[in-house]
Design a binder for this molecule. Sequence first.
Ligand code: DGT
Ligand code: CA
Ligand code: CA
Ligand code: ZN
Length: 578
Amino acid sequence: MNNPDIARVFEEMADLLELRGENAFRVRAYRNGAKAIHELAEPVAEILADPERDLKSYAGIGSTLAEKCAVLIKQGKLPQLEELKANTPEVLLKMTRIPGLGAKKAMALQKELKLETLEDLRQACVDQRVRALKGFAAKTEQLILDGIAIAEAASQRLRIDEAERLVERLDLHLKECQAIDQLEFAGSFRRGKETVGDIDILVVSQDHQQVMDRLAEFPGLLNVIARGETKMSVRVDDHFQVDLRVVPAESFGAALQYFTGSKEHNVAVRGLARKLGMTVNEYGVAKLDDGQEYIAGATEESVYEALGLRWISPELREGRKELEWAASAEGFPELLSLEDIVADLHMHTTASDGSQSLEQMVQAARELGRTHIAITDHSKRVSMANGLDEARLLDQWKQIDAFNTRQKDGFRVLKGVECDILESGPLDISDEVLAEADWVVASVHYGQKQSRQAITDRIVGALANPNVHTIGHPTGRLIGSRPPYEVDMAAVFQAAAEYGKTLELNANPRRLDLCEEHLMQAVAHGIPITINSDAHSTDGMLVMRYGIIQARRAGLLTKQVVNCWPLEDLLKWLEKRS
Ligand code: DGT
Ligand code: CA
Ligand code: CA
Ligand code: ZN
């Protein structure tokens, strides 16, 4: 059992214990344990085997979980989990994945309605049988129906960060195979989509069987769906599909181009080829008049070049305007990359719900090559996160001023706040105090179920406030678990443009909010974008790379992204607005 396997067992234990109404402390211990195991740099088996080290002394593990790890390594399963599973109806487990449906409600529904499948639950909602039960209302039925749809969609696709972890595991595993000459991950993963439906692997090898045998030995393998001469499909982990194709070296570029997609991009490429009297397929590019002879195919560049195109960054291959750009004399301007980021303008410290101090956050930001950051702890409305009131904010800003004067390298911390936009409309912090801030992120955290008009008015109202600089995670969506709140984005773009504000692309892979379509619209309105980690710990800053990928997909350029501006440019921009 590798670490992800163990972590999954602990997650499952937590889910099942929670379902059975076990005490919250025990449930949390398993969840924390799963997280801790996920983050371990070394295999659990190695730590256990080393007499010098003690697994239970690792943060988040403790003696009970350390013992369970030992059992898992030895037996490959956990008797307690097997027993819990045997005593829990399958449908209950599936119901817990429905957002907003807690364990208690799920149990009540299952028992009262004698549910056996999610389909039974869906039917019960459609027949309006849920509202008749004690403790349930008519609107719960719609929430459950929406939730089932979200849960089903989520179980079919992996978020980019989850896909990345799986790709790393596959890459490490396949690299060991001597028969592999070249290997590339293609498909939506290469295009940097926020979720991927399956993983597509492309390999050059003389020995197809050896490569497929190696994939069949992948530790997370569930089953082999199909295995042919050049193509193999398997399921890994819970059910996720991985496609492998083995191609000859002279076709590698053409295959990479084809299997990177998107389908829409490929359709456009082939349409163009036909106009030029050529054909493109996964083996190469050929002229229609001389049959089978391929004129390009070993590299992707050669494929595009044969069609008179520049190479196109995979993030742009969505069948939009990329072929026009690639055919033009000047090409597409350079997309931004992680190295262009000099600032991170939304993060939390121990003053609210972050787990590290101002000094620690600055240290980490420096190591990442940032020259300035904004500290934006929560405001008081978020009492659960120990949000700051006016007095505490002013106090924190005084500390930041003092901190800044001590910095010899010119590193600058902007005095900020993530100020809640209250349910009733106004901002959570007085204008007098907000006016003292360098950088104000305004966010909706409460009242997300309000009407479209109400939420739009709140956000537009915040944009109209001269002290506000940006809207944090503007639509509130959580990928795979919570839909965006109802908001008229056209009105938001108009207001942001009119008042000269920026909008956030929250880089957390669970959010990636704004989505790429909204980013393109925002930029078309001339609105600068700020890409932020919203870090709650030093490690949290590393999510910036997902924001960059999303921004590249939307075609953003450095001049359109506030975080790429040198500090003095940002200060000038802020100055103009104060
Ligand atoms: P996914 O897996 O749903 O996140 O999205 P993709 O884009 O990875 O799609 P997938 O795995 O079905 O196929 C990988 C690539 O192969 C796809 O982006 C383009 C190419 N491809 C697959 N099927 C077709 C097809 O029917 N027509 C064309 N033109 N290309 C295809
Ligand atoms: Ca795919
Ligand atoms: Ca596929
Ligand atoms: Zn935040």
